[in-house]
Design a binder for this molecule. Sequence first.
Ligand SMILES: Cc1cc2nc3c(=O)[nH]c(=O)nc-3n(C[C@H](O)[C@H](O)[C@H](O)COP(=O)(O)O)c2cc1C
Length: 210
Amino acid sequence: MAQTTSLPTTATATIALPTANKIGKLPLESAISQRSSVREFASTPLTLEDISQLLWAAQGITHGEGLRTAPSAGALYPLELYLLTSRVESLANGIYHYDATHHALQRIEQGNKLSKLTAAAYGQLWIKDSAAVIIITANYERTSRKYGKRGQRYVHMEVGHAAQNIYLQATALGIGTTLVGAFTDNEVAKVVGVKDNEAPLAILPLGRLR
Ligand SMILES: Cc1cc2nc3c(=O)[nH]c(=O)nc-3n(C[C@H](O)[C@H](O)[C@H](O)COP(=O)(O)O)c2cc1C
């Protein structure tokens, strides 16, 4: 049985996400060939449907027993997703945790935190112009418990799977993103408020294409 995501104890509100579409308009081959890193965004907001689709693509549950859109060594699912928002329709700006089991967001904190996140990512200024950011963190223990030291390698592979799914889903929706790996770990952890046993591994700012 696959492990389910535990809820952060600090969560203050739960927002149900619309059901993710399983059929899209852009063929997979077109999404793969059109994918590229985008660092300039239109001022148009994203919708809750966009957010639902992007989070589902990264870690949504697709099969019985909690199996997900991206593979996971031993189906142990060490990754957690956080969403920081600045322009999403019908969603107050804040920091949210993605509850994959219930396909819902749990609000952790209110307010637009993108300036702080930008500072924690060596001042890559385009980050604060995005409409929303997905941060992928990992709890290494979930995987290393079974696989020992090799578990670390597996966790990093899994981040790549989830990030590529976000890239391809974003491309299919006319949304741009770039995987940001250059940031100060403890500063990003502080901005997001992740627990001590979770490490931030990737930042993906998102926004409509100009
Ligand atoms: C592990 C990793 C870390 C990256 N970190 C950053 C980053 O901190 N800032 C950035 O602007 N782009 C970052 N990128 C994006 C690369 O610059 C980009 O993928 C590369 O230039 C190739 O362009 P393409 O993605 O459009 O094909 C990163 C990409 C990867 C895979």
